[in-house]
Design a protein around this ligand. Structure first.
Ligand SMILES: O=C(O)CCC(=O)C(=O)O
Ligand SMILES: [Fe+2]
Length: 357
């Protein structure tokens, strides 16, 4: 066991351009390994998502959220069995409290599953809903999802290398559906602070890639360090914020942590866009724990990385009664959006709501 682990005070920036030259790659991988095992949050710069793809999306946000209610309602999430579409501020609950943010959730465009024998969680797959009155939105969002899908895959190769694993180790955990949330945190009255989104670990994906889409003077995102202090994650133009999701924490046996974070509302409105790289819905607990267990047990013997907490993974996926990642996801969605749960998943609604595992 090493001494007390350093409690990070800021979020590291990983320059992906260093991967282009074999001479600088080891520097990148060393920094990434520290970010993975000691912080769980990082920025990436030189990520190669075309600036025009990002700018088009950022530019359209004010118009998107200024659409009339009727245009937003045309894409209402509560009409989607797949939990895709628009939901108003206060309708989503994190940590038992309503979040002050409105959002529109999209995903890789997929047809709904029609096989009645498919597991219930396959209902998460399905088509996007688009608000009316803003036809430019669809190609902009689709391009962005495509670029982020590619970036996220490239990034996983570096993560594998940083953790001494073969390049494509993590691809086998990915699903056909990645999800994108476009978030608007309205300003709260001057001087007050509200729950933009409550403290949480990301539970919907393998990794999260977040575009903070407001100017640098707009604060809000914070990360909890090991000493229990909230550390600001300021906007750094040209970067994306990248953080670990719970499935990755499970597969790495807690060596790489899904770090807790939150957003505080302020007297500035704020826009942000997390991309959640999807995890295979049929991934079971035994597969998640078994596949790389031996590899990560060697990390725990490595003096620099040994820690109690890395052995006690706190995960609803592991704790809960549901064996697949897909069912765990469906439960999360039903609990976050109860109208949809009641309407589309009546056979499991009560069980999921009452199960606080
Ligand atoms: O808006 C942000 O900066 C973070 C959002 C977030 O943590 C989430 O939606 O999981
Ligand atoms: Fe999050």
């Amino acid at each position: 066991m090493s001494g007390p682990k350093s409690s990070f005070q800021e979020i590291p920036v990983i320059d992906l351009a260093l991967a282009d030259d074999p001479a600088s790659l080891p520097t990148l991988l060393g920094a990434l390994r520290i970010a993975l095992t000691e912080v769980g949050f990082l920025y990436v710069s030189n990520h190669e998502v075309p600036q025009q793809v990002i700018h088009s999306l950022v530019d359209i946000l004010p118009r998107l959220f200024a659409l009339p209610d009727s245009a937003k309602k045309a894409a209402a999430l509560e009409n989607s069995k797949h939990f895709l579409g628009y939901s108003g501020a206060g309708t989503e609950i994190t940590n038992g409290q309503a979040d002050i943010r409105e959002q529109i959730e999209f995903a890789t465009e997929l047809a709904a599953i029609s096989n009645p024998d498919a597991p219930l969680y396959e209902g998460l797959r399905g088509p996007n809903q688009w608000p009316t009155g803003l036809p430019e939105l669809q190609p902009i969002v689709e391009n962005y999802i495509l670029e982020l899908t590619l970036l996220a895959e490239r990034f996983l190769v570096l993560v594998a290398q940083a953790l001494d694993l073969p390049n494509h180790t993590f691809e086998s955990f990915l699903s056909d559906q990645h999800r994108l949330k476009i978030l608007h945190y309205p300003a709260v009255s001057p001087g007050s602070v509200g729950q933009g989104v409550g403290p949480h670990k990301d539970s919907s994906g393998w990794w999260t890639f977040l575009l903070q889409a407001s100017p640098p003077n707009v604060k809000g995102l914070q990360v909890l360090n090991k000493a229990g202090d909230w550390i600001d994650v300021p906007v750094i133009p040209g970067t994306l914020v990248v953080n670990i999701g719970q499935a990755f924490e499970v597969v790495t046996h807690g060596v790489c942590k899904a770090t807790i974070h939150r957003v505080l509302s302020s007297d500035y409105e704020r826009f942000s866009i997390p991309f959640f790289q999807g995890v295979r819905r049929d991934l079971t607990k035994s597969e998640a724990l078994g596949s790389l267990g031996d590899h990560f047990s060697t990390f725990r013997h490595d003096a620099g990385l040994e820690s109690e907490e890395s052995m006690a993974i706190d995960s609803p996926f592991l704790r809960g009664k549901y064996d697949t990642w897909g069912e765990c996801q469906l439960r999360i969605k039903v609990r976050a959006h109860r109208i949809n749960g009641q309407k589309f998943y009546p056979t499991v609604y009560k069980r999921y709501i009452e199960d606080d595992a």
